[in-house]
Every structure is written in C-alpha cells, then in structure tokens.
Design a protein around this ligand. Structure first.
Ligand code: ADP
Length: 498
C-alpha cells in the first residue's frame, strides 16, 4: 500500500507525474481544442493540476470508441470474464486505496478521515458488481397461445452509456457508474465534474491495468455545458446515467429526447430528519448533526430539514449546535479534520448566500452562520457547522437545497402533522426518523415519500441496497439488483416449435 500521510500534493504520485489528458479508446490523448483547465485544492485555493478540456469533438471520439468496443470483442466476453475484470479492478483499487483517498481529499476537499472510510464501500461496490456479472438471467415464461410456442427473455447490455457525475465523492461516484456497466457488458464514456476530475482519471489508469479492453471505459474531462451536454445529446449514446442537480437533470432529459435514450437520474434533495421526544437523544444529537455536517453538507441526501418535537426542541437544537462546535474544521489533508472546506469559490458564495437569506428570513443562528477566515482558513472555502432555529416551512432555507453544512431546525407537535410537513417538498431522496417507538417508526417508514428512510441512523448505504429518489430527486436506482437492471435491456424470444 502507498502510504501518504498526510496527503501532500507535492508528494502525490499522480499529481507529480504526467499531464492530465483524456482517456479515449485505451489511449491518453490531448483535447482536440488543445485547451486545459485548472482544478483547485479547496483547502488552500491553490492549483492542483491542469486538466485537458474536452468538448463535443472529444465526446464524439469517445462515443465512437465506445460503440466500436461494444460491437467488438467485448460483446463476446463471458460473464465470468467480466467478473474477473471487476475483481482485478477491486484488487487494484484496494492496493492503491490510500493514494485514491488522498486524491479525492485534495481535489474535492472531503476530510482524509472520510475518504479513507469510504474504502469498504468502494471495494464492496466493485465486488458486488463482480458478483452480479454472473447473476444476470432471463426467464422462461409459459404462454397461452394456441399451438406450440416457447417464450423466454434474454437480458442484453443496453449499449453505450454516458455517465455524468458530480464532484462530491468522485471515487465512489465513478465506481457507481463503471461497476454496473462492466458487470453487464456495456461500454462507458464518463464525464467527471470539472471541480474534481482527478480520481476518475486515476481509476481509468487502473481499469487499463486491470485489462479492461480499449474503448470499454473512456473518461473525458471538461465542462458540463460543453462536454456534458454533448454526451447527454449524443445520438449514439443509448443511456445516460446522471448524478447531479435537478436543474441539470432537467436539461439532461431534454437533451436525451433526440434519440429517446434511456435516462437514470440521481438528483438533489431537501431531506427531512424527524426527531421525536422519546428518541435516544445521545445517539440522535451526533446522528442528526452528521446527517448534515458530514462532507460539509455536500451530500444529496443530507438531512437538512431537522423536524424536532416541540417538547425537546430548545434542548435538542442547542445540543446539535454544541455538537457542531466540537467538530474540527480544517485542511482536509489533516487526519484530525472532521469538517473540510466547500468544494469551490462558487459553492462558498452559494452557501454564504443562503446564510444571509436565513438571517433575513428571521431564522436564529445557534452556531456557525459565517464563513471562517482565521489564519490559513482564509485561503480555502470554509463554512462551519451551522444550525438555524425558528425555521418555518415556507422559508427558502427550508425549501431549497443549500449543499452546505447548514441545518434548518423546525418544531412540530404531532405525528400526522410532521408526516404531512416532511413530505411538503418537491424532493424525495433521503429521510430520517429518531424514535424508540417501533409502531411509529414503521408508520413513518411507510409514509415518508423518499427513496430511503433511515430509522435511528442516517446515510447507511450498502452495495446491495437500492438508493435513489422520489419526485424531483430523480428516477432509477443505484446499488442493488435494480441498478444492474438499469444497464440491461429485456428481449422476448418466441420459438414456434410445433
Ligand atoms: P452541481 O451543482 O452539484 O455542480 P451539476 O448538476 O451542475 O451539479 O453538475 C453535475 C455534473 O453535471 C457535472 O459533471 C457537470 O459538469 C455536469 N453538467 C452541468 N451542466 C450540464 C449540462 N447542461 N449537460 C450535461 N451535464 C452537465
């Protein structure tokens, strides 16, 4: 294992080396335009690397390569061969995990303690999809036609997949797209986010080392409005798997209309986290806190609308605010850091803008509420854990996704009332419930309109358990068997045997 402690850009093997080019058809190539863009370390604001700026022309080349690969020998790879590739890739990711975690930390600002902790999930996903590769099967279905007919289904890979991912967890987001593609026999053109493209490029190198054939996995770095839009609109892409904001999700759907490509969308949220007075408060305080403060709130399913039963509202919100103050905010490479910076100056503006809006709307900050600029923090994009009390349902900070470490705490008095108010949002990704009453836990689990309900925990994830949204949080599921189905077509075959 390469141990890099603490991650230092000057010592990181991937950052000290070669230029960061596009990975197309198994080769590292410059962007057709020759242009590059810089990616920053959000802890310090300094440039980490200059990366090729792919655009529509490069996307075109990558899609052609992916189509050739799909029609070529890859199509004849047996399930166990694809399984072996995924297992080899998992072993390589395991061997280089420290380096990959450091790269994620440097490029997007998640604390190194957090990126290191994603090891189990990253490896678990690759090995889960490896297992799925040999579990794909159709069905023989009895039919009622007069005469003798045999009818059965075949599952076939959907084809060339355009994968567009955000910056808030590049390592796991990349694996979440290429894992099911390799398991099913699809080919991929992946466009990472411009804010944090490096880990996807390093993973492309590992795919190559694992023996993934040329053209099966391609990575084109570039901007969303150019490279991303070209991928979503490309007439020879069969499916787009997108993770990002709902506004971009809407554009993806429009762009996909040209060839009616299949689309799966994992979008944003404004997830409710409901704390009842009977909850184990010692568990609920850090649980509800980290449901938002983890990754500086840059998690689509963050439990940002904290509904607290009136009887414990003052005590509980004060405790969550106090808990937030105990968290160490700092450079994401420091192993002691618990809350790192926001990813970019734009994200900093967005979050501090909402802090101002919250105050204007009359919410009461119990902790945080201002950008941190002490000492070295001034160079990065740091916002401390923030709790707003006295939030009302109609306030913008209770309705709009902030994507920062900001809790909007709202009191409630009654179970049916809180269910109705928790569901009064256009999103439906995650939701949390804290109670010791098992009947009430079941009632909320059934009533909350969200793709995940976490009871007495938050953000539990597993490669075998589906994750995705209701309403404007998107459609399609990632993880679990359903995720694999998203990458498959079903063909019905009829054979007249009489
Ligand atoms: P965020 O606001 O979290 O950055 P976005 O939805 O803007 O979320 O970005 C998620 C991904 O979508 C990124 O890879 C980005 O480059 C890409 N993207 C942005 N705009 C478009 C677009 N019009 N078409 C396709 N992809 C886009």
């Amino acid at each position: 294992m390469n141990v890099i402690t603490p991650p230092d850009p000057a010592r990181h093997p991937f950052l000290t080396g070669k230029p960061k080019r596009l990975f197309i058809d198994g080769k590292w190539v410059e962007a057709a335009s020759g242009k590059t863009f810089d990616t920053l370390n959000p802890s310090t604001g300094s440039v980490l690397a200059s990366v090729a700026e792919g655009d529509a022309e490069d996307i075109g080349r990558a899609v052609e390569a992916a189509r050739r690969a799909f029609d070529g020998p890859w199509r004849r790879f047996k399930p166990f061969e694809r399984q072996n590739l995924l297992l080899k890739l998992a072993d390589l990711v395991e061997r280089h995990f420290e380096e990959l975690a450091a790269l994620d930390t440097l490029d997007m600002g998640a604390p190194i303690s957090r990126t290191r902790a994603s090891r189990l999930r990253a490896l678990g996903m690759l090995r889960y999809y490896a297992g799925q590769a040999t579990a794909i099967h159709g069905e023989t279905i009895e039919n009622s036609l007069p005469g003798d007919y045999v009818s059965f289904t075949l599952k076939e890979p959907v084809g060339v997949v355009g994968a567009i991912i955000p910056w808030n967890g590049p390592l796991t987001a990349t694996i979440w797209k290429i894992g099911p593609a390799l398991a099913t026999g699809c080919t991929v053109v992946l466009k990472p986010a411009e804010e944090a493209p490096l880990t996807s490029l390093r993973l492309a190198e590992l795919c190559q080392e694992a023996g993934v054939p040329p053209g099966v996995v391609n990575v084109v770095t570039g901007y969303g409005e150019t490279a991303g839009a070209a991928l979503a609109g490309h007439p020879d892409v069969d499916k787009v798997a997108f993770t990002g904001s709902h506004l971009t999700g809407q554009k993806i759907i429009q762009a996909s209309a040209g060839n009616l490509k299949r689309v799966s969308l994992e979008l944003g949220g404004k997830s409710p986290d409901v704390v009842f007075a009977d909850a184990d408060l010692d568990a609920a305080v850090p649980g509800a806190g980290m449901a938002v403060f983890a990754n500086s709130g840059q998690i689509c399913s963050a439990g940002t609308r904290l509904f607290v039963e009136q009887a414990i509202y003052e005590e509980f919100t004060a405790r969550v605010a106090a808990y937030g103050k105990t968290l160490r905010v700092g450079n994401s490479s420091d192993p002691e850091t618990q809350v790192g910076p926001l990813v970019s100056p734009e994200q900093l503006d967005r979050v501090t803008g909402y802090l101002a809006i919250g105050r204007q709307e009359g919410a009461r900050p119990l902790s945080g509420g201002e950008r941190l600029t002490d000492g070295d923090l001034a160079q990065g994009y740091f916002v401390p854990p923030t709790v707003f009390a006295d939030v009302r349902d109609e306030m913008r900070i209770a309705q709009e996704e902030i994507f920062g470490p900001v809790i909007s705490a709202i009191p409630f008095t009654d179970v049916d009332e809180v269910i109705e108010r928790a569901n009064r949002t256009s999103f439906g990704l995650g939701s949390g419930v804290w109670t010791q009453d098992v009947s009430r836990a079941h009632k909320l689990a059934r009533s909350l309109r969200a793709g995940s309900v976490w009871v007495n925990c938050y953000q539990a994830m597993d490669p075998a358990v589906p994750f995705g949204g209701y309403k404007m949080s998107g459609y399609g599921r990632e993880s679990g068997k359903q995720h694999v189905e998203e990458y498959l077509n079903v063909k019905a075959v009829w054979i007249k045997t009489g």
